[in-house]
Ligand binder design. Structure first.
Ligand SMILES: NC(=O)c1ccc[n+]([C@@H]2O[C@H](COP(=O)([O-])OP(=O)(O)OC[C@H]3O[C@@H](n4cnc5c(N)ncnc54)[C@H](OP(=O)(O)O)[C@@H]3O)[C@@H](O)[C@H]2O)c1
Length: 292
């Protein structure tokens, strides 16, 4: 099977490349907007249609996104292009070539004012531009009528790029004290686990099971709990104090409770999902191996 991975230079895109190493019977094509990969700007409709048609891919895994949640507030046009217009272009291409689009979305499509894990049918009500453009992207994909799977995920981290885990590994090493918010609750998710789940769906030929699914690691914690766990796992001695979100001025409101219910995904695809703390330790080991 021929599989196109867009946004290959991002956290999930790079983890897709790692897991693809275990799928030798499939051909992967990696694209991004940088020279490191075959160039494909998903916001360019003609280029995207021509690329997908020429390569005749069966599955498209869209890892491309505008993920800077704060910056999106003052950059809505760019966020909308990448998070909404781009996915629509990929969906049109998938529709034209009878391919399946596996698209990644976010817990930020939810308002996050509940106290039970969000199921896929819960109404979306994003609080900011990032969530709004990602939600628009989901709707644009569905409107094309292409074969698609949308996987909403949350709190992604990996050894690549910038993320909370890497920031906290550094800050808890360098500082003696730190404040971290305890009133935002969700589930940290190792991008490697999500990539493995996507690869499993493709490798077991289950990508025909269309729909919206939720994927995060198992369990629940606040950013404060996550930071304490990172501090402890790294053997750092930073004193971490819990604080409220309003102590950190931010241009965007974030969901207070955006735990994703993964029951549908686990039942449909027969997937097992690792516990967040176990995966966090795995990723810290990977990062420390690079640093040593
Ligand atoms: N990160 C999180 O905490 C989080 C949480 C929930 C859901 N998600 C979703 O999970 C998915 C993967 O996230 P991630 O953290 O791996 O994202 P990421 O690291 O920001 O990677 C996104 C990649 O897309 C590329 N890109 C940007 N504009 C593009 C365009 N026009 N055409 C093609 N590629 C383009 C980016 O290139 P540049 O770097 O050069 O812009 C980057 O390489 C996204 O859909 C995201 O919305 C992420």
């Amino acid at each position: 099977m021929k599989i196109l991975v867009t946004g290959a230079g991002g956290q999930l895109g790079r983890e897709m490349q790692r897991v693809a190493g275990n799928m030798p019977s499939h051909t992967f094509i990696y694209t991004d907007v940088t020279d490191e990969f075959q160039k494909l700007d998903i916001t360019n409709e003609a280029e995207t249609l021509a690329f997908v048609e020429k390569e005749n891919v069966e599955v498209i895994v869209n890892c491309a996104a505008y993920t800077n949640v704060d910056k999106a507030e003052s950059d809505e046009a760019a966020a909308n292009l990448i998070n909404n217009v781009g996915p629509r272009n990929l969906a049109l291409a998938a529709q034209q070539c009878n391919a399946t689009l596996i698209h990644i979305s976010t817990d930020y499509v939810f308002q996050g004012n509940g106290n039970t894990p969000c199921v896929e049918t819960e109404p979306a009500n994003p609080l900011g531009v990032y969530g709004r453009t990602k939600w628009a992207g989901e709707q644009s994909i569905a409107a094309t009528g292409c074969k698609h799977i949308i996987i909403r995920t949350a709190w992604l981290y990996s050894k690549h790029g910038k993320n909370f885990l890497k920031t906290m590994m550094q800050l808890t090493r360098e500082r003696s004290e730190l404040k971290v918010v305890f009133d935002q609750v969700g589930t940290p998710t190792y991008a490697g686990d999500l990539a493995e789940a996507i690869a499993y769906i493709i490798a077991t030929n289950q990508h025909s099971r269309q729909g919206i699914y939720h994927y995060s690691n198992e369990g629940v914690c606040s950013w404060y709990d996550f930071a304490v766990a990172i501090n402890n796992a790294c053997g750092n001695n930073c004193r971490i104090a819990p604080c409220h979100s309003d102590e950190f001025p931010s241009p965007v409101r974030r969901p207070h409770y955006s735990v994703l219910d993964k029951t549908k995904l686990k039942r449909t695809f027969g997937l097992k999902v690792p516990y967040w703390h176990t995966s966090m330790l795995r990723c810290i080991d990977e990062i420390e191996a690079i640093q040593s």
